[in-house]
Design a protein. Structure first.
Length: 400
């Protein structure tokens, strides 16, 4: 009984440590745009350079995922997590020093640390919460969304009372709290290296599997995730501008309206896992629901823009639910934790490469055509591709 209680307490501690880690994976990215004008004016940089700074983390997600996967393979889960959190804390601090090179250096350190975090979270969920992975994945995505809303809403207000450097540095409280929790996990865990799960790994060795880039279902999943991230980052970048130019909203009102789209992501985070458990939905059906929601928002905004609130709420299902479904399928397709790491690195590397290009693509289409129609039709096509690739990958995974 004592041993059972000890294990239960460790899992509770690990859950809070995972949520603290999740709080760091997007919050430091959404804090910067709130004060980007102050940063630009203070450092005397152009809008192009400022835009590059905000794009660096997503580029790191795309380019450095294989390197992050290699780092994870060399350390235990706990060691990796504590190291990446220290990297986040250092990156946030250096970014807040203030010179142009410090901002770039800090952002690169931050981006690489977050890239490791994107992959290690799925390994932790598959290893320690496998029997509740759908629910925990939903909570993990929700924690990222909530922390993003906090920093996005509060950073500008803090900057008005202090300055932009301190308004960014104050969020170092997130990695420091997470480090404390993960040190407690390390102390509490008798077996520190939990990189492998013997009962799963014994069924098939990683050496017996074809390389990730030779597995067709993984390619399909990578394309589906690429469409999902493109939709998310594309709409995040341009939704306020669309609402301003189409409906004549003020900048502040358009910002509030666009934030509803972000907040509505919680509907997908919690709703899709809950509905799946209640109705026993297959992964194919889950993909169909979230990708259809993604299809509806661009089509709805073009057809009936005055109903933007409805389209943003529906888009929230695609936003939060898409991450949950894709990450769940990554864990479904992996036969052990090493395979989880490899698939996750590949899928996220391809997916975030798509995401890094999409906002620029939408801007170019708007500029060349003079209307939003072509760009939003491109988003609708991405949603259709996501439906096809996601359901196809899910079907092949079920047959494997």
């Amino acid at each position: 009984m004592l041993e059972k209680n000890s294990s239960k307490n460790k899992n509770v501690l690990l859950f809070f440590a995972l949520m603290a880690l999740s709080f760091n994976l997007r919050s430091h990215l959404t804090a910067l745009p709130s004060v980007i004008s102050d940063l630009q004016q203070s450092l005397g940089i152009s809008a192009t350079i400022a835009g590059l700074i905000t794009s660096i983390p997503v580029l790191c997600f795309a380019i450095l995922s294989p390197v992050a996967s290699l780092v994870i393979s060399k350390l235990s889960t706990t060691q990796t997590t504590i190291s990446l959190l220290i990297g986040i804390a250092i990156g946030v601090f250096i970014r807040s020093i203030g010179s142009v090179w410090a901002v770039f250096a800090g952002t690169v350190i931050l981006g690489f640390s977050l890239t490791i975090g994107n992959i290690i979270c799925l390994i932790i969920i598959a290893d320690d919460f496998n029997d509740k992975k759908n629910m925990i994945t939903g909570l993990y995505v929700a924690a990222m969304s909530i922390s993003s809303m906090i920093t996005s809403a509060a950073t500008a207000s803090i900057a008005r009372h202090l300055e932009w450097r301190l308004s960014l540095c104050v969020w170092d409280i997130f990695p420091l709290i997470a480090i404390a929790l993960w040190v407690a996990v390390a102390i509490r865990t008798s077996k520190v290296d939990k990189e492998r799960c013997p009962e799963v790994e014994d069924s098939k060795n990683i050496e017996d599997l074809p390389a990730v880039y030779k597995r067709f279902p993984v390619y399909l999943l990578a394309i589906a995730f690429g469409c999902h991230t493109s939709l998310f980052y594309g709409l995040t970048a341009w939704l306020p501008s669309y609402l301003t130019s189409t409906l004549g909203m003020t900048d502040s009102y358009a910002g509030i309206a666009a934030s509803i789209f972000q907040i509505a992501g919680l509907i997908g985070c919690f709703g899709i896992p809950a509905l799946s458990a209640l109705a026993r939905l297959s992964r194919r059906t889950q993909f169909l629901i979230v990708a259809t929601a993604w299809f509806i928002i661009p089509v709805g905004l073009i057809s009936l823009p005055q109903l933007w609130l409805i389209w943003c709420l529906i888009g929230g299902i695609g936003s939060g639910g898409g991450f949950t479904v894709v990450f769940g399928l990554v864990m479904d397709q992996a036969v052990n934790l090493d395979d989880n790491r490899n698939i996750s690195a590949f899928v996220q590397g391809v997916g975030y490469a798509f995401a890094a290009v999409c906002p620029t693509l939408l801007g170019s289409l708007k500029e060349s055509s003079g209307t939003w129609l072509s760009g939003f039709l491109a988003l609708a096509i991405m949603a259709v591709v996501m439906i096809i690739c996601g359901m196809w990958s899910s079907k092949l995974s079920e047959k494997a």
